[in-house]
Design a protein around this ligand. Structure first.
Ligand code: ZN
Ligand code: ZN
Length: 425
């Protein structure tokens, strides 16, 4: 394998994806490109309802799908792939070696973030002319790099097919941000026969040259949309006739942030969005909130969630408004299996590409891969979540976010070598 050439190719993929970022459940151009490449490399390509159980989709706005499919077509998506997607993003590529051996799955998330990218010559993607063409959306978490790594891996696997055994499955997952996408894939059963599962994330505060074979401490989380519906009235003439949804959500907000800590470990709660009201002299009839809870364990997450729901409903009762709570995303705590962590560390160590190879890092965020890791483990398989260090220009989800592209082929190399080790066991 000529790694220098592969690295160049991966960077090209990354920069192309970076130019056309698509937020969760609208990744039509991205998936079309990925599907085309997987197909050309001889992978079996699964899309749409073959990989997604629609009844488990979270946080997807159906109304915006047609316009985003149209945009994707205008930005180079192929009609034949769009037709097979049937409005559902995500793609799974399967390389079946035809030989007996393990089923190995790798997850690459493909979605972008709702961040407006910096138009500043200090920012390399802007300076080099590959910054976002899609206003208000940006690859500010590095998922363009993940997708590009997945494509690089597909190429080296196809090349090595003869020396591998079993089945390798590359999962390009939609809607990771907001932990909305994986459940629909997990419930469809795409991981039910996997013996080994790898997820990988670059950056996350870890510098270039360092790699962690596994992660500990993911926070369980639930994301909720809350609607309050009251009744408008004249604020001077008859305020007593109104049912004030603004006050209900304000009361809820202050009390949500006052939920007790938990003796068992870390917890989080955040009201990220609150909108309400119609006019200065109108008792506000509607309000809307986007909130999230997190917990170090499922027990803690359940505790914060139950308290949150009670507060939301009690505030509604106080102000005589109706309350609707909708689950928009959910994720779990995970552990990385030592057996697999050791395989990654062996591959990373013998590659000579890293100056620091570590087993575990403690993380304080959530990732939608958790549901996938959990399903594989429940069925007796092994999972791990790798952190590929990369120097960053700014933090994740920031408008100046940019990573060190030179780490991309190293991630591919580690995944390839890990698969080879497992394939030859
Ligand atoms: Zn992110
Ligand atoms: Zn991310």
């Amino acid at each position: 394998m000529n790694w220098e050439m592969l690295q160049k190719k991966i960077v090209c993929y990354r920069r192309d994806l970076h130019s056309f970022p698509e937020a969760g459940w609208t990744e039509f151009r991205t998936i079309s490109k990925v599907a085309g490449i997987l197909d050309s490399l001889g992978f079996k390509v699964l899309l749409g309802k073959d990989i997604i159980d629609e009844s488990f989709i979270m946080g997807r706005n159906k109304e915006i799908i047609p316009e985003h499919m149209e945009r994707a077509l205008n930005q180079g998506a192929e009609k034949k792939w769009l037709e097979r997607m049937k409005g559902l993003t995500g793609v799974v590529g399967i390389l079946d070696t035809g030989k007996e051996g393990p089923v190995i799955s790798c997850r690459f998330d493909v979605d972008a973030v709702e961040t407006a990218e910096a138009a500043d010559s200090e920012h390399l993607p802007f300076r080099e002319g590959f910054s976002s063409q899609n206003i208000g959306v940006m690859h500010s978490c590095g998922h363009d790099g993940h997708t590009a790594m997945g494509l690089g891996l597909a190429e080296v696997l196809a090349e090595r097919k003869e020396s591998l055994t079993g089945k390798i499955q590359l999962i390009f997952q939609p809607a990771e941000e907001g932990v909305r996408g994986s459940k629909a894939l997990v419930e469809k059963g795409i991981l039910d026969d996997s013996d080994h599962f790898f997820a990988i994330h670059l950056g996350m505060g870890i510098p270039s040259g360092t790699i962690f074979g596994g992660s500990l401490g993911f926070l369980c989380t639930r994301k909720l949309d809350v609607h309050y519906r009251g009744k408008s009235s004249h604020a001077g003439l008859a305020p007593n006739e109104g049912h004030n949804a603004l006050l209900a959500s304000a009361t809820a907000t202050l009390n949500l942030h006052a939920i007790s800590r938990h003796g068992g470990g870390a917890s989080r709660v955040n009201v990220g969005v609150l909108t309400a009201g119609e006019g200065r002299n109108v008792i506000a009839p509607d309000s809307f909130m986007k909130i999230e809870v997190r917990g170090q364990t499922e027990e803690i997450n359940d505790f914060v969630y139950a308290r949150a729901v009670q507060i939301l409903r009690s505030a509604a009762e106080m102000y005589e408004v109706a309350c609707g709570v909708e689950m928009m995303g959910e994720s779990f705590s995970t552990r990385s299996d030592e057996e697999l962590v050791d395989v990654v560390c062996e591959a990373a160590g013998s590659s000579g590409l890293f100056n620091s190879v570590e087993k575990y890092v403690w993380v304080k965020w959530s990732d939608d891969a958790a549901g996938m890791m959990k399903r594989v483990q429940e069925r007796g398989g092994k999972s791990t979540y790798i952190i590929l260090g990369s120097d960053l220009k700014a933090g994740h989800h920031n408008e100046f976010f940019d990573f060190d592209e030179s780490v991309l082929y190293k991630g591919v190399r580690v995944l390839l070598d890990s698969i080879v080790i497992l394939s030859q066991k």
